[in-house]
Design a protein around this ligand. Structure first.
Ligand code: NAD
Length: 258
């Protein structure tokens, strides 16, 4: 059986842990050479070692760091097929408590980070006349939101706009640009920041009855990175267990004869 990313070279930023780690693992399982960039050096190196990949410390909000990771991919493997920008931060802050610096930090990582990756990946992908650029967006911002997510929601809605703009500009070279919008995904960060009560409550409001796994999200990235998605560009896949569907809280029906 052939592997779905055999011979491909992928950079995945924000892959020391959480969803990004799941994406890096899934890509490596399917035969890709994976280079991880992340701000957390020890965890990033450990993840790269576990999947037989490379690691470079990267602050995705800094263009030169992102360029250095792309250059490393070209130096080691001579090509770049897939570039994933998954790094994101989600501090809970009401707008009235958010300082201009807080705003810049969240937008700098989440949104400017995607611009940096799209810009740095362009030259090698243009030369190859092929490439996949993939961003982690969110249902928060493009579809729904809650209090405390002003900067985060703006950054993720902005990512969806950038996906469409870049997809259009890059189409001339056969490069596709897409994203994944996760709902509530059970990562260590969510367990730590939100706690058991939040998770139990969330399970009640997700039609499929559970939070998503990092592998659920990674499978959507794998599809978008694979040849199966060669005619898809400028869009996102929602991976949320149906969370954005209900109009209200009374959506559960009694299922008879189960
Ligand atoms: N977990 C969820 O429920 C959920 C839902 C929707 C969207 N998302 C998005 O998924 C992505 C991953 O989230 P997660 O829950 O796995 O979080 P996480 O904190 O486990 O992982 C984020 C990774 O990004 C890295 N990172 C943070 N800032 C960085 C920077 N400036 N430069 C480079 N690396 C940096 C972190 O070190 C970490 O390894 C984020 O973009 C987040 O907004 C998560």
């Amino acid at each position: 059986m052939s592997l779905r990313l055999e011979g491909k070279v992928a950079v995945v930023i924000g892959a020391a842990g959480g969803i990004g780690r799941g994406v890096a693992e899934r890509f490596a399982e399917e035969g890709a050479r994976v280079l991880i960039g992340d701000g957390k050096e020890a965890e990033g190196r450990a993840t790269a070692a576990a999947i037989g990949g490379d690691f470079l410390p990267v602050d995705v909000s800094r263009y030169d760091d992102v360029q250095a990771l792309v250059d490393l991919a070209l130096e080691r493997y001579g090509r770049l097929d897939v570039a994933v920008q998954n790094a994101g931060i989600y501090p809970w802050q009401l707008i009235e408590d958010t300082t201009p610096d807080d705003w810049d930090r969240v937008l700098g990582v989440n949104l400017k980070g995607c611009f940096n990756v799209a810009r740095a990946a362009l030259a090698p992908m243009k030369a190859q006349r092929a490439g996949r650029i993939l961003f982690t967006s969110s249902i928060t911002g493009p579809r729904v939101t809650g209090p405390g997510h002003g900067h985060y929601a703006a950054s993720k809605a902005g990512i969806n706009g950038l996906i469409r703009a870049a997809a259009l500009e890059y189409s001339a070279w056969g490069i596709t640009v897409n994203g994944v919008e996760p709902g509530n995904i059970l990562t260590e960060a969510i367990k730590e920041h939100r706690g058991a009560d939040y998770i139990a409550d969330m399970e009640q409001s997700i039609p499929l009855g559970r939070l998503g796994s990092t592998r659920d999200v990674a499978n959507a990235f794998l599809f978008l990175a694979s040849d199966d998605a060669s005619y898809i560009t400028g869009t996102t896949i929602i991976v949320d267990g149906g969370q954005i569907l209900p109009e209200g809280n009374d959506f559960r029906i009694e299922v008879k004869n189960l």
